[in-house]
Write a new protein. Structure first.
Length: 183
């Protein structure tokens, strides 16, 4: 328990980005190798937590509010299949497991959900590479693996507790911004 209390401070001192820190914490909590989570995060050693991916194209923003605004715009335009945050959690498939779209952008909430889901896929498929492939593939060979895993999640309690102080557990200070480069 002491380690869990000290870990956020140690991670902040390490100077890594929000997504890398969230991957370390969530991976350790759920038995998922950090490298597996970072593989899901995708195309960068330090992905932006403020990104929205639509039709396979990711766009990163300078601030959480800007990314959230883009996600709301995409949704209002009728698109439900878009992914957000560090680990590109798909709104259509996984959004119901978060209190809000805003919570999906929290790096730690995003990482914890991704880690729990990847651990479940790993349990079902027996291999981290297959778990990552199933995470990414909604329609191909691994789509069948996603079905039972999603059903298990529908029956499971929420990944992130609603309790605690507002913002408790977040790795992001209020008003923080991410990088502006497109990924």
């Amino acid at each position: 328990m002491l380690l869990a209390a000290l870990l956020p401070q140690a991670l902040a001192a390490a100077g890594e980005g929000y997504c890398a820190r969230a991957a370390l914490m969530a991976g350790e909590e759920n038995g998922v190798p950090r490298e597996v989570l970072m593989e899901v995060a995708g195309d960068s050693a330090d992905p932006s937590p403020w990104r929205v991916t639509v039709d396979g194209r990711s766009q990163s923003f300078d601030a959480r509010d800007t990314a959230l605004g883009r996600a709301y715009h995409v949704f209002r335009e009728g698109e439900e299949s878009f992914a957000v945050g560090c680990f590109r959690v798909d709104f259509d498939l996984h959004g119901r497991h978060f209190a809000s779209l805003d919570e999906m952008f929290d790096p730690l909430a995003n990482a914890r959900y991704a880690a729990r889901f990847l651990a479940l896929l790993h349990d079902d498929l027996g291999d981290w590479d297959k778990a990552v492939a199933a995470w990414r593939d909604r329609t191909g060979d691994y789509a069948l693996a996603l079905g039972p895993a999603l059903e298990t999640f529908r029956e499971a309690p929420r990944a992130v507790s609603r309790g605690g102080a507002p913002g408790a557990g977040s790795l992001v200070p209020l008003g923080a911004t991410g990088s502006s480069d497109e990924r």
